[in-house]
Design a protein around this ligand. Sequence first.
Ligand code: NAD
Ligand code: UD1
Length: 347
Amino acid sequence: MTILITGGAGYIGSHTCVELLKAGFDIVVLDNFSNSHPESLRRVKEITGRDFNAYDLDLRNKCHVEKVFEKYNIKSVIHFAGHKAVGESVSNPLMYYRNNLMSTIVLCETMKKYGVRNLVFSSSATVYSQKADMPLGEDTGLGAVNPYGRTKYMIEEILFDIYNSDPYWSIALLRYFNPIGAHESGRIGEDPNGLPNNLMPFISQVAIGKLPELQVYGNDYPTKDGTGVRDYVHVVDLAIGHVKALLKVQSSKGVEAYNLGTGNGYSVLEMVEAFEKASGKKIPYKISGRRPGDSPVCYANVSKAKKELNWEAKRGLEEMCRDTWRWQKNNPNGYKKVLNAESIKVF
Ligand code: NAD
Ligand code: UD1
């Protein structure tokens, strides 16, 4: 029995592949490499000493996706594939609705056709209403404020409808908070295209000297030091959360949402300080205006994942910064300069 991983070459997907292979699962990866590089998969094999097949295909191509389901005895699916940049989704919403919704619909149609009904889906804390009280529990009101967030919200609704039409489905909606860090080997990590949107990749590119300084988006929020507070979670903890969610969907029926975070909030300036300590580098920064759409504070109530998935984040801020820095230092250009890419099958 094989676990199908969509978007498995990406940041969270590649770390999850490592944890699945370590746990003894057989996997097959589908990715169109629109935001990733096949080299990440070669390194997953190197880290784990295990082999698996990967296919360069777009999930919206139903004919190709069906061929994978024909070839493998797929038991469950972990669905990471999608676009994820908030700003880009605001300027090009149709690209986001087309990619994120269509790929999920094609995937679910194919799963239905082949009788595969276990699914772990990458949702996001961005689905929660910004007016909610902290910490955010899974029953908090939803209300995404940008097209990217709305694709996650819409997909969650679609998945509830699928379950309501057929109670044999088993679906976990994993609402990630702020994934950062990298595998401790320093071989796989986050490899953003162009200027990073998120705080941690921006800080680490300042530390390595690729960017001159960090812009801190506002220091007048009602928080401990006036800067935004977030729940940062180590990507390896997140990856292990997927293994736990997979075990859960394979042993029960229904649709359940789970927050994957630590339950702790750190401010932008605390992150800068922690990263300086871990890297020994000074991070020059300038306070600028608030970024439109940002909430002052966002952190999770993680008790449901602890109780029902038997999962909790184990890695602290120091480890998150140390592992990010190791990855950045060892791979200043990410995977881009690597020529010896994995040979990827194409249908
Ligand atoms: P990523 O961009 O690194 O990985 C996504 C992968 O999906 C990429 O390898 C990309 O090439 C692939 N992909 C995109 N569209 C595809 C398509 N149509 N067909 C086949 N492959 C396709 O992103 P990530 O950070 O690993 O995030 C994984 C998932 O988690 C995404 O759905 C994202 O929205 C969600 N998420 C991420 C974060 C975060 O901060 N990283 C937070 C919350 C939720
Ligand atoms: C962003 C996304 C959100 C997504 C989440 C995790 C936006 C508006 N929201 O949220 O949809 O779910 O990432 O991927 O993009 N900051 C700076 N300077 C920077 C970058 C960030 O000060 O250059 C601050 C932000 O204002 C925020 C904190 O750092 O207070 C974290 O920002 P970021 O990493 O972008 O994550 P989110 O804001 O949580």
